[in-house]
Structure formats: C-alpha cells, structure tokens
Unconditional design. Structure first.
Length: 423
C-alpha cells in the first residue's frame, strides 16, 4: 500500500511519540496508564478536528481551519477540491444561462420535459403558442395541456426518428423531439401554418396556370402542324423551331400538372400490390423503343417474385423518368443497367449508366424544380427540369429515398430505396 507523504509523516510521528510514552511510562513503572492517556488524548485531538471539519463544511466559503500533520493535508485537499467545484458550477451556470437566453430568443416553441413528460422549462415562444404560465404549468404533464391525440400518441411511443405534423387550435405545427441527459427531452415546435398555406397556394397556382395554358398551346400546336404541311422552303425552318418549342411547352405543362396531382392527391393505397418484375419489364421495353438501339440497355432483376405496396402507375413513372434521363445523357454506344436488389435493409431499384456524369456540387439540387446542371445541354436533349422533381415526389409518397451517386465523365447511379415496410 502506498501512503501519501503527510500520512507517512503522521505514522512516523505516531511511532516516535509511542516509543517516548513507553519510555516515560517505564521510568514511572506505569506503561499501560501512559499509553491509555495518550490514546485518549489522540482520539480527542482527532474528534476536535472532525468537529472543525464539519463546521467548515457547513460554511465552506470561509478559509479552512489551520492545523498540523495529516489534518493540514486533509483541509488543504478539500479546500482545493471545493474551489475547483465552485469554478465548475460557475462555468456550468454561465452555460445554462447562455442556453436559456439563446432558447428564449428562438422564434419557435422550446420545451424541456422529464421522463414522466412533465414540463421542467419552456421559452417565451411556448407561452405565446400554447398560453403556458410558468407559475402554474411548470411540473404539469404536457398531455394535460396539449390535448391532441396524435401529439400524445407520438410522445408515448418514444420513437422520434421522424418529426410529427399535427394540428392544434387551427394551427399546423411541426414537432421535433431530442433526447438528452437522463430521461430528459427537448421539444421544438414550429408553426408551419403559413408555409402550408403557401404550399397550397403555389400548388393551386401551378395547377390552374398549367390547365389554362394547355388549351391555347394545344390549339397552337394544331395550327402549326397544319401550316407545316404547306410551306415554302424559306419558311420551313422557323416553323420547325416554333413546333419544337410548342411541343416542349406541352411537355412542361403536362409534367407540371402531373406534379400538382401528386402533391394534392390522397396518400398512396398501401393495400395495392405492385408486381415489380412486370413493372420493370414494361419500363424496360418502353426504353428499348425510345432508344432505337443507340445504347446497350440491360435489365437485371434480383428476385422475379418480389412485390411491394404502392401505386403501380406512380412507380412506373418514377423509374421511367430515371431510365429516360439515362438514355438522354449517355453518349451513343454507352451502357445503361436497370437492376434490383433485396437485402436486410430494404429493396432497391437502380438505374446506372456510364454517361457524362454530374459534378458533386450539383447533386444536392438535382431534385429541385427546373434545376439544370447545364441549361443549354438540357434544352438540347429535350429535358424540362421536372423529371427528377416528379421522381422525388413519388418516392416521398412511398416512404422511399432517392440516392444519387455520380462522377463527371464516368457516369451516374440513381437508386430508389424502399424500406422493408413497403414490401
């Protein structure tokens, strides 16, 4: 056993004192009485310092008592530890105040719950959103204050991987829950009512404008086709240009209407079974007709018997868009592979090509409406900038995810991941 220096010194002093007491006791022929008196004195000395220690611990703001020997070391070490703890508490208190100030400034409601879903703290935005009062509602179960079935069920399920959208007092709210500490939860609730209203307005505007434009564009296309049959050579070129742009406008309008339908239509019927082998063979044959033997297109199905829950037509449109894009941006003679894969995580439908590829910086924005990597190239190839936006909307409706990998000059891979719950 290794003793500290002060304890070693204490033991040495104790041994020396004991030897002296025994020697003195021997002189008076009273060794045992002298030892007993010395032990009593030693115990009383320690009891005195224990008393001093308790007094100081009850008021540790004062300087520690002065002493000698091992008690001097004890007081010194405790005093230093107390100073370090005070510094840590002060630092923690500053961090807590800074956190509270920052959360108080947040525009969305922030609420701290304990393991029993009781409110421990909330910011001013929570007061405004739910009418909370600190003096009354702190310590209350949040389910007693926000009586919304979806909200209560979400909290009780303890599965917070995905945020919850719910309605409360005619407001559309978005809830995110973060676990922290020991059984504590941080709730962030954002009012998305205006955002939802704007989304509906935007969707209605696009749908209405698209429908209003479709009729005049169709009429124009009809007259242009009629005129193109009886034209002089000098007028043929401009009429051909007009016809191409009219057809392009028709395609954009059709895709805008398709996108608007997807955004406003009812959720996908999960009871409908989709035969993946049949669907992919249909898309594959359509691609072969479109391609005219300009590329080598392969179909590889991992499991011919696999089926999934969802909309046959929507999934067909999504895969067809991906395959059409691969044909459009892969040089003649290039290879395109449409394949499937089933593993323990889920089901994948993949479209891979060895085409021109895409720079990494563009990948995060590819599914935005009308986003183009190269405007001139996309128009020349007949792209509208809506194909991948439609794919993403369809996959969102099927709880699926689009993974994109690409390298400039080497090709691209577009993979649709469907979770096991869809199978």
């Amino acid at each position: 056993m290794i003793f500290s220096y002060s304890l070693q010194r204490e033991i040495i002093v104790l041994i020396i004192c004991l030897l002296i007491i025994i020697a003195i006791g021997a002189l008076f022929d009273a060794v045992i009485p002298f030892i007993l008196i010395s032990v009593i004195f030693y115990v009383l000395w320690h009891l005195y310092h224990i008393h001093q220690l308790i007094k100081w611990l009850n008021n540790s703001s004062k300087n520690p008592p002065e002493s000698i020997g091992v008690w001097d070391e004890v007081f010194f070490q405790l005093h230093n530890k107390n100073k370090r703890q005070k510094k840590s508490r002060k630092k923690l208190s500053k961090l807590l105040k800074r956190f509270q100030k920052s959360t108080q400034a947040l525009p969305y409601a922030t609420i701290v719950l304990n393991s029993n879903n009781e409110i421990e703290w909330f910011n001013p935005a929570s007061k405004k959103m739910f009418g909370f009062k600190a003096s009354v509602d702190t310590g209350q179960r949040i389910g007693n204050l926000i009586r919304q079935p979806d909200f209560i069920k979400y909290l009780n399920n303890k599965n917070y991987d995905k945020p919850l959208e719910f309605e409360n007092q005619h407001k559309k709210l978005l809830l995110n829950v973060t676990r922290y500490g020991k059984g504590q939860y941080l709730l962030s609730i954002d009012d998305i009512t205006l955002r939802k209203q704007l989304d509906v307005m935007r969707s209605d505007f696009i749908s209405n404008v698209s429908h209003e434009l479709r009729t005049p564009i169709t009429v124009m296309a009809g007259y242009i086709e009629t005129l193109s049959n009886d034209l002089s050579v000098s007028n043929q070129f401009p009429i051909d240009k007009i016809q191409k742009q009219t057809l392009r406008m028709e395609k954009i309008i059709s895709e805008l209407i398709e996108l608007a339908k997807l955004e406003t239509s009812k959720p996908v019927n999960i009871n409908e079974k989709v035969n993946i082998s049949k669907l992919l063979n249909e898309v594959y044959n359509e691609a072969l007709s479109l391609d005219n033997n300009l590329h080598k297109i392969e179909l590889k199905i991992d499991d011919a018997n696999i089926s999934m829950n969802g909309s046959y037509e929507e999934i067909r449109v999504a895969i067809s868009n991906l395959l059409t894009n691969a044909i459009r941006y892969t040089p003649e003679g290039g290879e395109i592979v449409l394949s499937t894969l089933v593993d323990e995580e889920g089901f994948y439908i993949n479209v891979k090509d060895n085409g021109i590829g895409i720079e990494y910086a563009h990948i995060p924005r590819l599914t935005e409406r009308f986003y183009r990597v190269d405007n001139g190239r996309s128009r020349k190839k007949g792209g509208t900038g809506l194909g991948l936006a439609i794919v993403k909307q369809i996959l969102d409706r099927h709880n699926a995810i689009l993974h994109i990998e690409s390298e400039l000059g080497k090709g691209s891979s577009f993979s649709c991941y469907f979770p096991l719950t869809q199978l």
